[in-house]
Design a protein around this ligand. Structure first.
Ligand SMILES: Nc1ncnc2c1ncn2[C@@H]1O[C@H](COP(=O)(O)OP(=O)(O)O)[C@@H](O)[C@H]1O
Ligand SMILES: [Mg+2]
Length: 312
């Protein structure tokens, strides 16, 4: 489509590691097929979550699309550019965060890194001030600008990292596990900021995370990778419905009876059953034949859905 900002076709990547004996003789190769030919497109202004278990190829995808890695096959364009050619005009229009790494210069105040980026990206003084003002509404970064980067807490650091990559108002941003180890308050701030950024600038966002609460209510669409292949690509809501189970939580007034459903959590007289979606009503009826204190029937949340899908 005309509005497709990211077009990925049959993208492949195999890592080859040479095995050596006594660091000298090559005795073989270890090959990891990290991407087995994935295809997808993303439209301007979409927020897409890239999900999947460890090792499923999420970071490899992000690295290829941000020009850090060359693929072995297939093609990808972002904003019409081939990312791994690393053209300046391309890199000027994107922003990327790898949660494990920091773009901030460690020993100087945060502001110094900001001013360096301002220069590199050619952001004018007025635009810089306006953008800072806008980013400060959710990220509260102004108060952090005078602080040495190494003195920041993890949450403060991430607020700065996000502010930094947004300074030049990129058209596309890639976030690879930005919230690992970060407190709930900061995660909410990041989410609010991303919503505003899309609203105000129409930014396209590719967001990889393990923290399901980060993306609930934020993303339009989920791409689920398992072992280098796309397992699901579509709206979150349909993904949720694709799981043929519901969860029935009950606090019994008596000892927990054996109802024949799979128990996934239990503590004393509290129990959580996993019941087939079609039998949910009957399960509730069965439970009500016993003395209970409380009961609730829940749809699996995103985290549970992913576990169900991955376990097959
Ligand atoms: N530099 C590398 N050398 C060899 N294998 C790698 C390298 N980077 C990633 N891999 C392997 O490729 C697969 C996909 O990794 P990755 O893209 O990092 O997955 P994810 O981000 O989903 O956890 C994994 O099996 C991983 O071990
Ligand atoms: Mg990763």
């Amino acid at each position: 489509m005309v509005d497709d900002i990211i077009v990925v076709e049959d993208l492949r990547k195999t890592y080859v590691q040479t095995k050596r004996k006594w660091l000298l003789f090559k005795v073989g190769e270890e090959r990891t097929e990290a991407l087995k030919g994935i295809s997808f497109t993303v439209e301007a202004g979409e927020i897409v979550a890239l999900l999947g278990p460890n090792g499923s190829g999420k970071s490899t995808t992000t690295k290829i699309l941000t020009g850090i890695l060359h693929p072995d096959g297939g093609s990808a364009t972002v904003l019409g550019y081939t990312p791994w050619k690393r053209e300046k005009a391309y890199l000027q229009q994107i922003g990327v965060i790898f949660g494990q790494r920091s773009a901030l210069i460690w020993d100087v105040p945060v502001e110094d890194t900001f001013l360096l980026y301002k220069d590199i990206y050619g952001v004018g003084d007025t635009e810089y001030e306006e953008t800072l003002e806008f980013l400060d509404q959710h990220l509260k970064i102004k108060e952090l600008l005078p602080v040495q980067a190494r003195k920041l807490s993890l949450g403060q650091r991430m607020r700065c990292e996000l502010g930094l990559i947004l300074l030049h108002r990129p058209k596309v941003i890639f976030l690879d596990e930005p919230t690992i180890g970060i407190d709930v308050w900061t995660r909410e701030k990041i989410k609010e900021m991303l919503k505003r950024v899309r609203e105000e600038w129409g930014t396209t966002i590719i967001y990889t995370t393990h923290q399901m609460s980060d993306i609930e209510g934020l993303v339009d669409r989920v791409i689920l990778l398992t072992e280098g292949e796309i397992r699901y690509d579509g709206p979150i809501r349909e993904l949720m419905r694709s799981v043929p189970y519901k969860y029935l939580s009950v606090e019994f007034a008596e000892d927990v009876p054996d109802l024949g459903y799979e128990i996934i959590e239990q503590a004393g007289k509290y129990v959580k059953y996993r019941v087939p979606r079609r039998e949910a009503k009957k399960a509730v009826e069965n439970v009500l034949k016993h003395e209970i204190v409380d009961l609730s029937l829940e749809e699996p949340d995103l985290e549970a859905v992913l576990k169900e899908i991955v376990r097959g």
